[in-house]
Write a protein that binds this ligand. Structure first.
Ligand SMILES: *Cc1c(COP(=O)(O)O)cnc(C)c1O
Length: 234
């Protein structure tokens, strides 16, 4: 087994162990392999080792290295997890299978277009900035609750949440944030039903076990599988 396949197997084993502790089985856990700034052969290696979900942050980088062509030969879901710019909405919605970093503006666009088959992307997670960090994208928990109270149609388009947390926060602080996002997720599940609200994406290389123990069913792991990456476009 290659190095990437080896590390992926290790991450999967640890994640499944944590998930079984809270849910009794590993059914329903998804691992998104985050491949920004990683060359295509490493992406292929992880897919051949069993990865089903690939996360990319930059449209141009993903297109340039041939990420989207992987779908011709492999059963794989290509997820957009990066920053959104409105001049790239259409291209992102055309090329990616999901947008996990969706905001109300993009969801409004999707809602207005209806399910016309105009876009490939049919699955959306709303990004939550759990620590309210000003330099990061995503709504605060309070802002998501306001959208729900206002019956904002953007929420009709989502199947869950993707949370980002401050990396420098202590484990205890992050656990508290993951709990708060979990509570929000449970409230949305009650409001819209579990057949619609299904996915809670929380946890990265540093803390995916902690996130799973606090409610995550989708983790996003880059460096723990691929090692350090070259620095990304700003
Ligand atoms: C880069 C990135 C990750 C992966 O982070 P690692 O620390 O490499 O695991 C996860 N989520 C988002 C939104 C990212 O941009």
């Amino acid at each position: 087994m290659g190095e990437v396949a080896d590390r992926f197997a290790n991450v999967r084993e640890r994640a499944e162990l944590a998930y079984r502790r809270v849910r009794g089985s590993s059914d329903g856990l998804r691992i998104v392999c985050v491949t920004k700034m990683q060359p295509l052969p490493r992406v292929l290696e992880v897919i051949e080792a069993g990865a089903t979900d690939i996360g990319e942050n930059y449209l141009q980088e993903a297109a340039g290295k041939g990420i989207f062509e992987l779908r011709q030969s492999h059963e794989v879901t290509i997820r957009y997890i990066g920053r959104l710019q409105s001049n790239k909405y259409n291209a992102i919605l055309r090329d990616f299978d999901t947008v996990d970093s969706a905001d109300p503006k993009l969801l409004g666009r999707v809602h207005a277009a209806g399910r016309t088959g105009m876009f490939r992307a049919q699955t959306f997670l709303l990004e939550v900035n759990a620590g309210g960090e000003p330099q990061k994208a995503g709504l605060t928990i309070a802002q998501v609750r306001d959208l729900a109270l206002a019956h904002n149609p953007a929420l009709d388009e989502i199947s869950g949440l993707m949370a980002v947390v401050p990396l420098e926060a202590t484990e205890e602080v992050r656990a508290g944030m993951y709990d708060a996002v979990s509570l929000l997720f449970q409230d949305l599940t009650k409001e819209f039903g579990p057949s619609r609200i299904k996915t809670l994406s929380m946890g990265t290389s540093d803390d995916f076990e902690l996130a799973i123990l606090h409610g995550s069913n989708m983790i996003r792991v880059g460096t723990a599988i691929f090692g350090p990456r070259a620095s990304g476009p700003s």
